[in-house]
Design a protein around this ligand. Structure first.
Ligand code: G
Ligand code: G
Ligand code: MN
Length: 297
């Protein structure tokens, strides 16, 4: 309980003195209620994967999907992960959530072409789980997903908090053929030493760099990260492509992969399947237009 007061004091500056206040009490009660609801909802299928398409540039081929957790709360409706991931981490449910989502995602992916990838997010807390790599592999195989189609996303922050754990887990994952991506690159305690020591299969540039590419020197940083990734033999993903301008800049910079609201928002399994079918059959009209427009430049 005192943790909340301490964290809040930290957030608001070290000199701040905080005691329990009615508002904080409400915050605690909400957290406790969500935790209880989560324990009940997890085994009852209330957590579902949403899917955000990841496209290959420059031709906008559908490469696969990132799995993003959604909670179908009986009273509160669809809850976004920012509101429950930290609770799941705090009460030790994050691993179970991850495994459940992966199992469901493998089942959904059975209806997709066999070359599409599935990317899942791994929380820093999971790096201490010695069974992580084995469980992920088991679930993928049981679900009919070839390990080479699974991409595990680790954030820089999680690597910094446990470099040795990250190294061990990456080695096990990669030995099994599972790919490992460095997520949110540029926002954690970035260190090039991590890129030297850990052989990631790809780098995902954090969307904060992509957002301001046109307005600031972030564009140069994106260019440099892409160059660095390619120099190391890794494809580079740019997160958060929201405008046509972002898209064409990234094509010019030879960025390899991109998710973003321009290309598709996180969506249900049913809508993801529609998307898969649309791309498999006739491609996307908007994308074709864009390709034509670029070709005639
Ligand atoms: O889905 P959204 O689109 O709102 O996700 C918000 C944040 O929550 C992102 O940083 C994303 O990585 C994280 N997130 C979403 N789903 C999961 C999950 O299953 N596990 C973990 N650890 N993080 C997730
Ligand atoms: O890297 P991470 O796992 O944090 O990324 C997933 C998060 O990014 C999810 O919250 C997803 O909804 C969000 N996201 C994906 N594409 C875009 C985009 O184009 N713009 C913004 N603002 N957020 C995006
Ligand atoms: Mn991610």
């Amino acid at each position: 309980m005192a943790d909340v007061a301490m964290y809040r004091a930290k957030r608001e500056g070290r000199a701040t003195f905080r005691s329990f206040e009615p508002q904080m009490d409400a915050e605690l009660q909400l957290r406790a209620a969500l935790e209880t609801a989560m324990r009940e909802g997890l085994p009852r299928g209330k957590f579902a994967p949403f899917y955000q398409p990841i496209m290959a540039l420059p031709d906008n081929r559908l490469l696969g999907f990132e799995v993003l957790a959604r909670w179908n709360h009986p009273e509160r409706g669809l809850i976004q992960p920012d509101n429950f991931i930290s609770i799941a981490e705090g009460c030790g449910l994050i691993g179970e959530l991850c495994y459940l989502l992966l199992a469901r995602a493998c089942a959904d992916a059975r209806d997709w072409p066999a070359d599409l990838t599935l990317s899942i997010n791994i929380s820093p807390h999971q790096l201490t789980d010695p069974w992580l790599a084995r469980r992920l592999l088991q679930i993928a195989i049981a679900g009919g997903l070839a390990p080479g189609r699974l991409v595990v996303e680790l954030t820089e922050t999680s690597i910094v908090s446990d470099l040795e754990g990250a190294r061990t887990i990456m080695a096990s994952l990669q030995a099994a053929g599972i790919k490992v991506a460095l997520d949110d690159f540029g926002t954690g305690y970035s260190s090039l030493a991590h890129l030297r020591e850990l052989m990631f299969d790809s780098i995902k540039i954090d969307r904060s760099f992509v957002r301001d590419m046109a307005k600031s020197h972030d564009g140069e940083l994106v260019r440099a990260i892409i160059g660095m990734g390619h120099g190391l033999g890794m494809p580079v993903t740019a997160e958060g492509v929201e405008t046509e301008q972002d898209w064409s800049t990234l094509v010019d910079l030879q960025c390899n992969h991109a998710p973003g609201f321009l290309l598709g928002c996180p969506t249900s399994a049913a809508r993801a399947l529609e998307l898969v079918e649309k791309y498999a059959h006739d491609g996307d009209a908007d994308v074709d237009d864009r390709r034509v427009a670029r070709g005639s430049r």
